[in-house]
Design a protein around this ligand. Structure first.
Ligand code: MN
Ligand code: MN
Length: 467
């Protein structure tokens, strides 16, 4: 081995150059990361909507000893409680040895992802084909949602108030669904439109049937046949769609990507890729110094509004309720609390590097991204984490051997985005965004690195278990 030059030594000392995470981990830790991701892939396949994710995590939490939070009870260090908000958002909490007057450590991620929601009155027949009308949820590139297999998820409330859960298109042998697209031979006009206008939102119609009911001739016989199927299988009539929440999501399963299997391709990494590691970290927190609060929320992709989103009061009220069990005031706990807003950031794509400032871009395989601020057009509408808190997180991750990097969401004038950070910050909590870098964010099939997923788990655990 050749000796390092003085310049090389000085560079190592003075320059900031985040390394590939694999140089950061020994073989044993890489194997651990790969193994951790097997559990994550299972979660991805079974939790494609916020309802499914909340139910999956709640089920695991109960097995881990979490009980439903009771604001009249008293809790001791190590006690684990949950609060389920309308089956779509979940808070897990482990009481710490310190009083809540010292604040809680909060990790908040989201479990909703972009998708195609069925309209309240979705079913129609045209040209002897039955279709569903949709209204897309969250930010999508509409052209990506045509000609891919889709599955149907959700709940339907019948007139008598009974509920049926729908999950169709995921299991071997299930039928699937699709948004059709024009053939290239006849798409001259469509091809001339901009990418955004090529597929109209109103054209994201889903093909759901093509065979008429029986031999009786008449109008809407294909629709009738579909309705008959739905009635036989789910016991519903057409008006029951009005009291349903039905969502079409990609029917793909999570898969290893690359010859080296170093990455995972899946629907809904944003933001299950932060939710799953945060929940696993929360489970492992036994008797923390500070009370840990792990939130997996709904509605982030549509702006966090609605009473299951973090722009509502449910987190604030939960904190007030746990504060009350110790005779404290919620706002005093919030003021002393710290939060990692756990959400994805864009990994630099070598095919489209121009949208990033390379010096301040995140790269997959360089660990979790600490994003000081998001927003757009001059940091508008963002939580801009304070240097003091950045300093604290930096030290925490370095000491915990967590591979991390910094990253902005694209170049200054390129666009932008937001997370739940600002809503938690509005409560007076110290907040910074931390999450996994993703390729093809918001596409039906997004890509993440396994090592980054594992680093998210390590990072959240270090944060929740800090002294
Ligand atoms: Mn997100
Ligand atoms: Mn998103």
């Amino acid at each position: 081995m050749s000796e390092k030059t003085q310049a090389e030594i000085l560079k190592e000392e003075l320059f900031y150059t985040p390394d590939h995470t694999s140089y950061f981990c020994d073989d044993e830790e890489i194997a651990k990361a790969d193994n951790f991701c097997e559990g994550y892939k299972k979660f991805l396949d079974l939790s494609k909507t916020e309802r499914e994710a909340a139910a999956y995590v709640l089920d695991l939490a109960k097995k881990e000893g979490y009980t439903e939070f009771n604001s009249d009870a008293t809790y001791k260090a190590g006690d684990k409680v949950y609060y389920l908000n309308r089956s779509k958002a979940l808070i897990l909490c482990t009481f710490g040895t310190e009083s809540l007057a010292k604040g809680a450590k909060i990790v908040a991620s989201h479990i909703d992802s972009p998708r195609l929601d069925l309209k309240p009155n979705p079913l129609y027949e045209d040209s002897e084909l039955a279709l569903f009308k949709t209204h897309y949820y969250g930010g999508i590139k509409k052209y990506q949602w045509t000609a891919i297999p889709l599955s149907l998820h959700g709940v339907i409330y019948r007139k008598d108030g009974s509920c049926v859960t729908v999950r169709l298109g995921e299991d071997e042998g299930d039928p699937q669904f699709v948004v059709t697209d024009l053939l290239p031979h006849l798409d001259k006009k469509q091809a001339g439109r901009t990418l955004d206008e090529a597929i109209a939102g109103e054209n994201l119609n889903i093909l759901v049937g093509s065979r008429p009911f029986g031999k009786d001739k008449g109008s809407e016989m294909v629709k009738l046949n579909v309705m008959k199927f739905l009635n036989d299988k789910y016991g519903i009539v057409e008006a029951d769609f009005l009291s349903a929440e039905l969502e079409m999501v990609p029917a793909f399963k999570a898969a290893d990507i690359g010859f080296d299997r170093s990455m995972i391709g899946s629907y809904g990494h944003d933001d299950r890729v932060c939710a799953y590691p945060s929940v696993m970290a929360e489970f492992e927190v036994k008797t923390p110094k500070y009370t840990s609060v792990t939130v997996i929320t709904d509605k982030e992709e549509t702006g966090s509004d609605g009473n299951t989103g973090l722009n509502s009061a449910y987190l604030k009220h939960f904190i007030a309720d746990i504060a009350k069990t110790q005779g404290l005031c919620g706002r005093d706990v919030l003021r002393a609390s710290e939060c990692l807003s756990a959400d994805v950031n864009a990994g630099l794509d070598p095919t489209y590097p121009s949208v990033h400032d390379k010096l301040n871009a995140a790269f997959i395989n360089k660990g979790i991204v600490v994003t000081k601020y998001t927003g757009s057009r001059g940091k508008s509408s963002t939580n801009d984490a304070h240097a003091e808190f950045m300093s604290k997180i930096r030290t925490l991750f370095d000491n915990g051997k967590v591979a991390w990097q910094t990253g902005e969401l694209g170049k200054v004038d390129e666009g932008g985005g937001g997370t739940v950070a600002k809503y938690v910050a509005n409560l007076g909590v110290e907040v910074v965004d931390v999450g996994v870098p993703v390729l093809s964010m918001h596409a039906p099939f997004e890509v993440v690195s396994k090592l980054d997923v594992y680093m998210a788990y390590k990072g959240f655990k270090a944060f929740l278990e800090q002294n």
